[in-house]
Structure formats: structure tokens, C-alpha cells
Design a protein around this ligand. Structure first.
Ligand code: HEC
Ligand code: HEC
Length: 384
């Protein structure tokens, strides 16, 4: 008996020693090893990316984010009639905007579950990984916001859940509902190392997914890569777009040297003489020169995101081009880059307007709106 006990202990001892004697063997794999996501930056696109240090992109994080982006239970509700997800408004076919012909958001004006309208018309979710200058029409969400919860895409997730004009829910409810859906805890573990669903990790995952929504394959991109030719009207429109004596769009909306087709900055582009929107750029900066200023949005996929301007005042690109040609309104606050203000606009001829529009349409990227990686997943985690 004694002997047996002794040999048992000796055996254990040998085991332990031999375990210590094999230092070359790989460490046992811990379960939490997310796969870094490799971002390909096409030539000409900026290399400066908006990825916060505490939210590196991983394959697992993006997969989880895509489920959550499309899952109406993110609103903390489970009844089929009361669901709302980010994708209820941000629709891939419309460059993650809602478009002008949405049956519920008539004319492009979104509202939340309560019926309360959003402050402005929508913004698309496109190439936001290249935007470090602030989100929303007025740039309220930005890295130098003194309030820590208003700094990046991550913060728009919890805001979307709680605000009345979107999901009108609460984050605890959302967290609880997601925690109790089979399949999700495991995905949270793979992405963030813990099965416990937190608002922070929901936000991180969705933000990671949104950062993958890049558009780099419009006809214009292919032209720049030497893969296709542009037609005469498109080329003439390109020249108009990028010259001051032409249509003079490029200072704010980019061009061949800025393939994002936005500077991501804020300007007063001369639409009004009175500024009474409590949520313009001035409401954020307090700088009087920001009265009536808003984000100069990207012109990529602009054909899918009518109506135009923060208040949706123009329904078509023709109306927008006519505005810049003839209808600019001078005020003290107009941006100095509106060089043709003294003439009320650039005074394009009908033929030039057609060419300019033909060029703007080369910024349409159907690869983006059809990209299977951005689509609603075929099945949610609990349906597998
Ligand atoms: C009810 C419709 C609606 C829902 C639901 C919604 N959004 Fe939005 N989203 C908007 C509108 C409208 C804007 C523009 C608001 C503004 O700037 O005043 C916007 C703007 C944004 C922007 C800023 C884009 C930019 O270029 O600055 C991001 C990011 C965003 N939403 C993410 C989300 C996420 C994530 C969700 C889900 C948690 C979500 N949205 C749910 C309507 C919606
Ligand atoms: C001084 C900067 C500036 C210049 C120059 C400029 N824009 Fe804009 N553009 C803006 C701003 C700012 C907005 C958003 C204004 C708002 O919503 O009130 C905008 C909005 C737009 C929109 C609507 C975007 C949307 O998502 O609703 C289109 C289309 C557009 N511009 C096209 C052009 C074209 C074409 C030209 C040249 C003829 C041009 N812009 C010149 C600053 C500029």
C-alpha cells in the first residue's frame, strides 16, 4: 500500500519534471486568439486609418459586428414587429443610406421606432475608415470632443440604441437580449475573449464592421488604374470638376489627388441667408464662421443617396448642379472656397452641366453595393 502510494508520487514527480524539461514545445493555445484583419489600401488612397488603439480590427470582431449590425434584437426587443437594427436605415443597396424611395422613410426622411424624425437626412456608411475629422453632418462625434463618449464610430452604436429618433431603447436591455441569444456569447468570446456581452464590445464589433465598408472600385477608380477609358463627356466633366474656372468642386469634394471625394471637412456652401438649425457646425464649435456649415459629404455613390444636403432640399443631382451654377446665396459666413459667389455660381452651360453629371456618375461603385461581405448574413447565430 505504502509502496504504491510512493510510486504514485514518484510517477507524478517524473511527469512534472519531464513537463519542465521540454521548453521548446509550443505553449498550449489559449482559446482567445483573434485573427488580425489585413486591410488592403489601394494605391492613391490615404494610409492614415481611423482605427482606435483599443479596437484593432480582427476577423472575429468583424464577423460579430456584421451580425449585430443587421440584428433587430440589438434594439433590446424580441417581438418581430418591434425590431430595429442599424440596417433598418443604413441599407447596402443605397450605399448604407436609406435612399429617396424607401417605402417607410418617405422622401429619404428617417424616423425612429417612436416616429420621431432624425435631425437631418441620412449619411451613408462608406469609407469611414479614412475619416478622422468627425462624424455626423456637424462633426459632433470627433476625437477631440471633451466628452469621452462622443469620439468615434463606436459611440454612435450606443447612441443609436438609446436615442428616441432611432431605436429608443436602453443599452442594458440590448445587452441582455443579445446575451441570451444562443450563439452570440461564443462569438463575443472569439472576438473579445469573454462570453459576457458588454455594450463596449457590441460597439467595438459594429465599428469594426463599419470600417470594412470601403469603396475603391468605381468606374473612376478603374480609369485611374488604367483599366477602362472614360467617355468624352465624362472626361470633360472631370476637367470641370477639378478646375477653379470650371465647376470648382474639387476643393471640398476631392478629385484625382483625393480619391475619397470628400475632405471630410465642414463648410458653408451658400444655400441660405438665415441660419436657424440648432445642429449645424456652429452648434459644435461656437465659431461664428461655422454658421450654416456642414460636412461636405463624399460624392461616391451619390446617385443612391438622394435627397441631397443635410435637410434633403434637393431631390436630384440636376437640382444640385443648378444650385452651384446659379443659386448661391452670399452671407458673411459663406466659405471662401466658394469662388464664384460674386456671380451667384459657376454659370455652367447646359452642356457643361451634363458633362459634370456624367463625371459624378463615374463615382458609382456597384462592387460596393453588391459586396457579399457587407450583406445581411444568411442566418443569425441562433439559426445555425
Ligand atoms: C432611424 C434611422 C437610423 C438608424 C436605425 C441608425 N442610423 Fe445611423 N444615421 C442616421 C442618420 C439620420 C444619420 C445622420 C445624422 C446626423 O448627422 O444628423 C446617421 C449617421 C450615422 C453615422 C455617421 C456617418 C458619418 O459619415 O458621419 C454612423 C457611423 C452611423 N449612423 C452608424 C449607425 C449605427 C452603428 C447604427 C446602429 C446601432 C445606426 N447608425 C442606426 C439614421 C439611422
Ligand atoms: C466650399 C466647399 C464646397 C464646394 C466648392 C462644393 N461643395 Fe458640394 N457640398 C459642400 C457641403 C458643405 C455640402 C453639405 C451641405 C449641407 O448639407 O448643407 C455639400 C453637398 C453636396 C452634395 C450633396 C451631398 C449629400 O450627400 O447630400 C452634392 C451632390 C455636392 N455637394 C456636389 C458638389 C458639386 C458638383 C460641386 C461643384 C459644382 C460642389 N459640390 C462644390 C461643400 C462644397
Amino acid at each position: 500500500m505504502k509502496n504504491n502510494l510512493f510510486s504514485g508520487i514518484l510517477f507524478l514527480f517524473i511527469l512534472l519534471v519531464s513537463a519542465c524539461q521540454t521548453p521548446d514545445e509550443p505553449e498550449p493555445k489559449s482559446e482567445y486568439q483573434p485573427t488580425p484583419y489585413e486591410i488592403e489600401i489601394p494605391p492613391g488612397f490615404p494610409t492614415d486609418l481611423n482605427i482606435p488603439d483599443d479596437n484593432p480590427m480582427t476577423v472575429e470582431g468583424i464577423e460579430l459586428g456584421r451580425y449585430l449590425f443587421y440584428d433587430g434584437r440589438m434594439s433590446g426587443r424580441t417581438h418581430p414587429d418591434s425590431l430595429m437594427s442599424c440596417a433598418t436605415c443604413h441599407i447596402q443597396a443605397n450605399s448604407f443610406e436609406c435612399g429617396i424611395d424607401h417605402p417607410e422613410y418617405i422622401g429619404g426622411f428617417t424616423h425612429g421606432i417612436t416616429g420621431k424624425p432624425t435631425h437631418h437626412v441620412m449619411l451613408p456608411l462608406i469609407n469611414l475608415i479614412w475619416n478622422s475629422s468627425g462624424y455626423l453632418w456637424n462633426g459632433m462625434i470627433c476625437s477631440d470632443n471633451p466628452v469621452a463618449h462622443f469620439r468615434n464610430i463606436e459611440d454612435l452604436v450606443w447612441m443609436g440604441i438609446i436615442v428616441e429618433h432611432e431605436m429608443n431603447s436602453d443599452t442594458n436591455r440590448a445587452k441582455e437580449v443579445i446575451q441570451n441569444i444562443p450563439g452570440y456569447p461564443e462569438l463575443f468570446k472569439k472576438a473579445f475573449g469573454s462570453e459576457t456581452v458588454t455594450v463596449k464590445n457590441m460597439a467595438r464589433a459594429i465599428a469594426q464592421f463599419i470600417r470594412t465598408l470601403t469603396s475603391t472600385d468605381s468606374k473612376f477608380d478603374r480609369y485611374m488604374r488604367g483599366e477602362v477609358q472614360l467617355g468624352q463627356p465624362e472626361l470633360q466633366g472631370f476637367v470641370l470638376f477639378t478646375t477653379e474656372e470650371g465647376a470648382d468642386c474639387f476643393h471640398c469634394h476631392g478629385g484625382s489627388g483625393n480619391p475619397l471625394f470628400t475632405t471630410n471637412l465642414f463648410y458653408n456652401n451658400g444655400k441660405d441667408s438665415v441660419f436657424d438649425d440648432p445642429k449645424d457646425r456652429y452648434s459644435i464649435t461656437g465659431d461664428p464662421m461655422d454658421h450654416g456649415a456642414y460636412k461636405a459629404t463624399t460624392l461616391r455613390n451619390i446617385i443612391f443617396t438622394a435627397p441631397y444636403m443635410h435637410d434633403g432640399r434637393f431631390n436630384t443631382l440636376d437640382e444640385v448642379i443648378n444650385f452651384y451654377s446659379h443659386n448661391l446665396v452670399w452671407t458673411l459666413y459663406i466659405d471662401p472656397l466658394m469662388h464664384h459667389i460674386a456671380n451667384g455660381g459657376t454659370q455652367l452651360t447646359p452642356g457643361e452641366k451634363e458633362d459634370l453629371k456624367a463625371f459624378i456618375l463615374t463615382l458609382t461603385d456597384t462592387t460596393f453595393i453588391n459586396n457579399p461581405d457587407f450583406r445581411k448574413p444568411e442566418k443569425f447565430p441562433d439559426e445555425k
